[in-house]
Ligand binder design. Structure first.
Ligand code: GAP
Length: 441
């Protein structure tokens, strides 16, 4: 039995569409650049990923969560450096008007779109924040931005959280939420989009303790990717060289995943110093110092270690990693399987009466109701059993349960394992326990 990895992103895009994971946004209108919609299975998968992150980050004594609003006071983005510095260099082809990122194009070569030579405009900076207007009057005072990162909603609430939760340093604040960037070149499915979700955590520490805290979070975050099922050999560290560090960081490292399109950033772990809190203190005029009762009531602005992972990017990595073709090229035995961990799989169990007959369905429905009390399950009667197995393999369902005519006699069902395809006969009264033992959820 040979297992081949995903080689083309197009295969994944079409499986995701066919099977209800991810659709192009506004598809009936021809789509909308850089935006995607999660379908019924995609939304379950996403919830599982978010839950796994939330559990890993906040089921500990030193981290609490928030859910800040997307729209914030515009001065937040002045203080954070985004109004002045969050931009990509951009050129236009004078002939076809297509825009390119200056750093992604060879300016002495012909236009990659229309082939015209020497036709690019001067490079200029293009701010990636989406502007909108708040309230009914269109003037500069009413301008707001869709947040380009969730982190600032944490920074501006640092003292609210610290004092209301009586937190002592070191402690972290975690948040999951939408972020928006007017990317010039969105693409590669959900790798780079204009609307996406981030899962970010800021860990506030005493200045000088950043090395230790960074190491702790590097280990924790690497392990989380492995626990969700990514293969270790497809992950690597990518430290930012000192001359490429963001304006706020004194050290930074990415966790990269080897996508079919090559290695790409999935998560960033940044040592952000006191840059953000200091800037907010300056722009708001509100003191952001922490009073360290353990250290003689010393006052200082904490340093910050940030962990920032794109929820959609991690989902893309999980889907790429789990997508396997078994016995590729053999028309008889070839099958596509999403080998997702049970904790991540959108559907845990599929219940399948062998045929659409009342005597089988009565039993299957009753078992289905029992399973559903504990697990997200699907009841499937459509098509041959082979076709039904194939569909469940493609959506990554770990176990399929079949009720057949023997079940009426021996009060047992057949449970099929997705990865090994082995089948086991299990007594109906032991089914839920069997699933629990095997799913380990
Ligand atoms: N607060 C720090 C921050 O936002 P970042 O490296 O710009 O850092 C963090 O973004 C993560 O967010 C990235 O590693 C990536 O997973 C995700 N991300 C960033 N831009 C994205 C985009 N346009 N589409 C999808 N995910 C994106």
């Amino acid at each position: 039995m040979g297992l081949a990895d995903l080689t083309s992103m197009n295969d994944l895009v079409s499986l995701c569409k066919q099977r209800g994971f991810i659709f192009q946004s506004s598809e009936i209108y021809g789509g909308f650049g850089g935006c995607w919609d999660f379908g019924p299975l995609g939304v379950e998968l996403k919830l599982n990923v978010k839950n796994s992150w939330w559990k890993a980050m906040t089921f500990r004594e030193d981290v609490v969560g928030v859910d800040a609003s997307i729209l914030m006071h515009p001065t937040v983005w002045k203080a954070s450096g985004h109004v002045d510095g969050f931009s990509d260099p951009l050129v236009d082809c004078k002939s076809c008007k297509e825009r390119f990122r200056t750093d992604q194009i060879n300016l002495s070569a012909p236009c990659p779109k229309c082939g015209a030579k020497g036709q690019f405009t001067e490079s200029r900076d293009f701010n990636l924040m989406f502007k909108t207007q708040v309230g009914p009057v269109e003037n500069t005072a009413s301008i707001a931005y869709l947040r380009p990162e969730t982190a600032q909603g944490i920074f501006v609430n640092f003292l609210n959280v610290q004092s209301s939760m009586r937190k002592k340093l070191p402690f972290g604040i975690a948040q999951i939420g939408k972020a928006f960037r007017n990317e010039i070149t969105p693409g590669n499915f959900i790798f780079r989009t204009r609307e996406f979700e981030q899962m970010e955590m800021q860990y506030f520490i005493k200045p000088g303790e950043q090395k230790e805290a960074m190491e702790m979070w590097k280990t924790a975050r690497w392990n989380w990717h492995l626990e969700n099922g990514l293969r270790g050999e497809k992950l690597r560290w990518a430290p930012h060289p000192p001359d490429k560090l963001a304006h706020y960081a004194d050290a930074a490292v990415d966790i990269e995943y080897e996508f079919p399109i090559g290695w790409g950033e999935m998560e960033g772990i940044h040592s952000r110093t006191d840059f953000d809190l200091k800037a907010h203190q300056q722009f708001s005029g509100k003191n952001q110092q922490y009073v360290d009762q353990v250290d003689g009531n010393k006052k200082y602005i904490p340093y910050v270690i940030e962990t920032s992972v794109g929820c959609d990017r991690h989902i893309l990595a999980l889907l790429c990693d789990a997508y396997r073709v078994e016995n590729a090229g053999n028309p008889e035995t070839e099958r596509t399987v999403l080998m997702l961990r049970p904790s991540i799989a959108p559907i845990k169990v599929a219940m399948m009466p062998l045929m659409k007959k009342a005597e089988l369905e009565d039993v299957a429905q009753k078992l289905f109701q029992d399973i559903q009390k504990k697990y997200r399950a699907e009841y499937d009667t459509a098509g041959s059993i082979g076709k039904r197995y194939r569909r469940q393999d493609e959506i990554g369902t770990p176990y399929c349960v079949t009720v057949d005519y023997d079940s009426l006699k021996d009060q047992a069902v057949t449970v099929r394992d997705r990865d090994s395809m082995t089948q086991e006969r299990v007594g109906m009264d032991k089914l839920v326990q069997y699933l629990q033992d095997h799913l380990k959820l």
